[in-house]
Design a protein around this ligand. Structure first.
Ligand code: AMP
Ligand code: MG
Length: 391
């Protein structure tokens, strides 16, 4: 059985990038850049006034003649002679014949005469060409996840399109004869299906919207057919349940029958031990344990980083952070534990109800407390590591 770290290495090493596509800038939110972004412009590209005021050439003279005004967007600027000033507004071009802007609040006017009451330093309030960046500079790296600020920034560079990695098509297959769709009273000894919609929404949070949901009965034939259909239609296949050693667990056999190459089966962790990962051509396949909390933990620890990596992220894992443990915890299992937990300020508190069937405490968790396999006890007050579920 491999360790958590080995399993994470496997899923990241086997995360082939999805194809590069070109998108309109306005449609690129959440995608990862497939090329470095080099600025075609200097910013600013002309000398700009940073304030509303008066442009002039700095001397000790504080009475100047106002000869005109320059508005933001004016295509040309007037020539200023010594002793002259021009009214100017924020974002407007500063004439070559001026080097300083005095802010309006530090002046008074007597007709055409400007009286500077507080003389600024030379070059004050003038944004020089290239103050933010110069043309030809690499401004965003390949792997950057595009956010609203980067969209605004790239728009300011005049870019209309970006090259990004595509997002995957994902198929989720739920297995289990006991599963029932919501909307009708529960039949005897059935449970409402919950992993499918949960994983679907975990994918949505990653910006993955092309998701197919299938359900397979617990027979080899039905499971194999569902896996076959999913492989035809998706880049990534996630199967929930049926991956353990029970007589009605057919998922592993169905993977084999569909020619999917196993990379690992079982990880030394709790919950989520019976995790399966394999590859067929450019398609990745996860068999997640059916217990809901196990399924979600395996999603956060392995599926999420794998998907982010395929989408081009260079930092695909959930962030590991540190906090102070509120109570003593023992680990008698010799496995890595992922405990549903709440972080408040600098304190982390594991919830009661850690069983892999229990989602109620997961709904309240913002962290998974990580207890390494070789750690037998952690005490209240110890600094511990957790996965930030909102990263
Ligand atoms: P399995 O991994 O198929 O042995 O399932 C383990 C446990 O998880 C069983 O109690 C199942 O009823 C439950 N389970 C499996 N799949 C789902 C699902 N899609 N939604 C909710 N519970 C599930
Ligand atoms: Mg089952």
């Amino acid at each position: 059985m491999i360790s958590v770290l080995e399993a994470q290495e496997f899923v990241l090493k086997n995360a082939e990038k999805l194809p590069v596509i070109t998108l309109k800038l306005e449609d690129s939110l959440g995608y990862y850049l497939a090329t470095d972004c080099v600025s075609p412009l200097s910013l600013p590209s002309f000398r700009q006034s940073a304030m509303d005021g008066y442009a002039f050439t700095h001397t000790n003279e504080t009475r100047l003649k106002v000869t005109g005004q320059i508005q933001a967007g004016d295509l040309s600027t007037p020539h200023l002679k010594p002793g002259e000033a021009v009214r100017i507004f924020t974002g407007a071009p500063v004439p070559d014949t001026a080097d300083t802007v005095v802010i309006q609040e530090h002046t008074t006017r007597e007709g055409d005469t400007l009286i500077i009451e507080k003389l600024p330093l030379p070059k004050a309030n003038v944004r020089p060409i290239g103050e933010q960046l110069t043309a030809g500079t690499q401004v965003l790296d390949r792997g950057h996840q595009i956010n609203e600020a980067s969209i605004g920034f790239m728009a300011g560079l005049g870019l209309t399109e970006v090259k990004v990695y595509a997002k995957p098509k994902v198929c989720i297959i739920t297995t289990g004869n006991e599963l029932q769709e919501r909307g009708t009273p529960l039949k005897p000894n059935h449970i409402y299906e919950s992993n499918g919609i949960m994983l679907q929404n975990a994918l949505k949070r990653l910006g993955i919207l092309n998701i197919q949901l299938l359900n397979a009965e617990d027979t080899l034939d039905a499971t194999s057919k569902a896996v076959h259909e999913a492989l035809e239609n998706s880049d990534v296949l996630i199967v929930s349940g049926g991956i353990s050693v029970g007589d009605f667990d057919f998922v592993q056999q169905a993977f084999q029958d569909n020619g999917i190459e196993e990379h690992f089966y079982k990880v030394n962790q709790k919950p989520g031990k019976p995790l399966w990962f394999g590859i067929k051509d450019d398609k990745s396949v996860f068999g997640l344990p059916g217990n809901p909390a196990s399924s979600l933990t395996c999603f956060y620890a392995y599926v999420l980083p794998h998907l982010r990596s395929r989408m081009g992220s260079i930092n695909p894992l959930l962030n590991k952070r540190s906090a102070i443990l509120s109570e003593t915890i023992t680990n008698i299992h010799g496995k890595t534990l992922f405990l549903k937990a709440g972080v408040n300020g600098n304190t982390i508190t594991p919830f009661t109800g850690q069983a892999s069937s229990m989602l109620n405490t997961y709904a309240l968790s913002n962290a998974l407390l990580l207890i390494p396999e070789d750690t037998e006890q952690l005490n209240a007050g110890d600094a511990v590591t957790y996965l930030d579920l909102n990263s």
